[in-house]
Design a binder for this molecule. Structure first.
Ligand code: GLC
Ligand code: CA
Length: 520
């Protein structure tokens, strides 16, 4: 049974280092998040997902956790975190924090102990160690030659992120691969349950779960071992926290939504449904776009069929759960990289009226630019998506009072940069567009998270796309030609826009024919 509050939840993802700095050190902090909760509400969001804020050496921006039980000093203190939960709840905002269950930092005390020549029993098999320093990883990425312990170890992502040991489903190397019910694998599970209970006790409402599919190794496509582990973790923790909500980074509702997750993300992995809509482009070596087949790119010839081929089977496996759309996230280039304002307004209108709980990445609501920047904290191409939030035209665009060279990342120096303050005043701004779309979603129950979505119009070679949501239709025409859609007069229409001002174009009403003007 899912937490009942997610039925109406609209999430806002906050990358804490780049959101709002209140003590002038150039890095966003928890008090900064607290100070902007009313703004978050004003968009129409009523829930947060905050990227990792734990103590960390920040080799992967905090996804390399050194201490699950401490707030990184650069963000504030445990008191600040508790205050955030409290103030958010007073304002009707639920808060998910990021749980990183699959790995830790190589500086985590568990790993430090585990990598000793003679590790103590408790943490000796907390990670996956092979037989000796010359042993390979049986197909998994591994690191050797770095530790006093005479073994190599498996990593989950970057070199700094050794994989925690949840066991193997298929054991090829009995000398070092352990089954999922081995004592050490079970101990890892219990340790992660403790982390969850700790933060739920502090007041968080649940977790966005990083690399949720990564726990059990040699698990095959069916992921039966990983699902078994999650079933145990979620059911056990839920006994005491029935309102906890969990969203998985998995992009596989057939697995995730059948082992205890309430929500799973529709992610940007190349070629997937999200990419089909907004990021199906090719780049040259310099990073310039040479071709863009995204459905929402006006000039593209793409029809919705490839999107539907990927999306529908996954959506249909959602069971009681929610398959959730994102405007973007901290791992992919912002859609402003390839789509212009009008294209993006249309794309967001579509994404935000789909089933599932929508997730807006901070700054997308004002159309913040993607910027090519040197890598920071393991960001690489993701760095340009993680720049400081743009509040107003004061120093550092209102993000921080620090000197510009002290900022976590530089603010967008472009004179045309978007800011919240400027967009508040402009009725046609991206910000006000997003507000309108979310208001519509709130007004019409049929646009809600659990209402079924079926295809009303989609054809090969046709840019017109319409889906039915209960008694409503959501129709979009991202192309360059006017399109008309025949209706039987019984649907409310949310149809989306062309030449005229957006305010006129986002319409709702019963009609027999809808004319959808082109984007340009
Ligand atoms: C997830 C996170 C990403 C991180 C990785 C390793 O994909 O979203 O930012 O680098 O996991 O934890
Ligand atoms: Ca700060």
């Amino acid at each position: 049974m899912s937490a009942s509050w997610i039925k109406d939840a609209v999430f806002y993802e906050i990358y804490p280092q780049s959101f709002c700095d209140t003590n002038g050190d150039g890095i966003g902090d928890i008090q900064g998040i607290i100070s902007k909760l009313d703004y978050v509400k004003s968009i129409g969001c009523n829930a947060l997902w905050i990227n990792p804020w734990y103590e960390s050496p920040f080799v992967d921006a905090g996804y390399d956790v050194r201490d699950f039980y401490k707030i990184a000093p650069r963000y504030g203190t445990m008191e600040d975190a508790v205050e955030l939960f409290k103030v958010a709840h007073e304002k009707g905002i639920h808060v998910l924090i990021d749980l990183v269950p699959g790995h830790t930092s190589e500086q985590h005390p568990w790993f430090v102990e585990s990598s000793k020549e003679h590790p103590g029993e408790e943490f000796a098999d907390r990670y996956i160690w092979t037989e000796n320093a010359f042993c390979r990883g049986d197909g998994m990425p591994f690191i050797g030659g770095e530790t006093p312990r005479d073994a190599t170890y498996i990593i989950n992502f970057f070199k700094c992120q050794p994989a925690l040991n949840y066991g193997y489903r298929k054991i090829n190397e009995p000398n070092w691969q352990q089954p999922i019910d081995s004592p050490a694998a079970l101990a890892t599970r219990e340790a992660m349950k403790d982390v969850m209970r700790f933060w739920l006790d502090k007041g968080c409402d649940g977790f966005r779960v990083d690399m949720a599919d990564s726990l059990v190794k040699n698990d095959g496509d069916e992921k039966l071992g990983t699902m078994e582990v999650w079933k145990d973790i979620t059911s056990d923790v839920r006994k005491d926290y029935p309102d906890m909500a969990l969203v998985s980074e998995w992009n596989n509702p057939g697995c995730a939504l059948h082992c205890g997750f309430d929500m799973d993300f529709c992610l940007d992995w190349y070629g997937n449904s999200y990419s089909q809509l907004v990021r199906l482009y090719q780049m040259d070596k310099k990073g310039a776009i040479t071709r863009d087949d995204s459905f929402f790119k006006a000039e593209s010839q793409n029809d919705p069929m490839a999107f539907l081929r990927d999306f529908m089977p996954k959506y249909e496996q959602r069971g009681e759960g929610l398959y959730c759309m994102i405007t973007g996230n901290h791992d992919c280039k912002r859609t402003s990289f390839n789509l212009n304002d009008k294209e993006r307004k249309l794309a967001f209108a579509f994404l935000l009226t789909m089933p599932g709980a929508p997730f807006i990445y901070y700054g997308d609501e004002i159309g913040m630019a993607y910027r090519w920047l040197p890598t920071k904290e393991g960001g690489y191409h993701r760095t340009g998506t993680r720049t400081p939030m743009q509040w107003d035209d004061s120093k550092n665009l209102g993000f921080s009072t620090a000197d510009a060279d002290k900022l976590y990342l530089p603010v967008d120096p472009n004179p045309g940069n978007a800011t919240v303050a400027a967009q508040e005043k402009d009725p046609d701004s991206m910000l006000n567009h997003i507000r309108k779309v979310l208001a519509l979603r709130k007004e019409y129950a049929d646009l809600g998270a659990y209402t079924d979505m079926t295809v009303y119009h989609a054809e090969a070679g046709d840019r017109l796309f319409a889906v039915k949501r209960g008694e409503m239709l959501v129709a979009v025409n991202p192309g360059l030609e006017e399109k008309s859609l025949e209706l039987d007069g019984k649907y409310e229409i949310v149809y989306v826009f062309g030449e005229a001002e957006l305010a006129e174009d986002l319409k709702v009403g019963k009609q027999t024919m809808a004319v959808l003007k082109p984007v340009k």
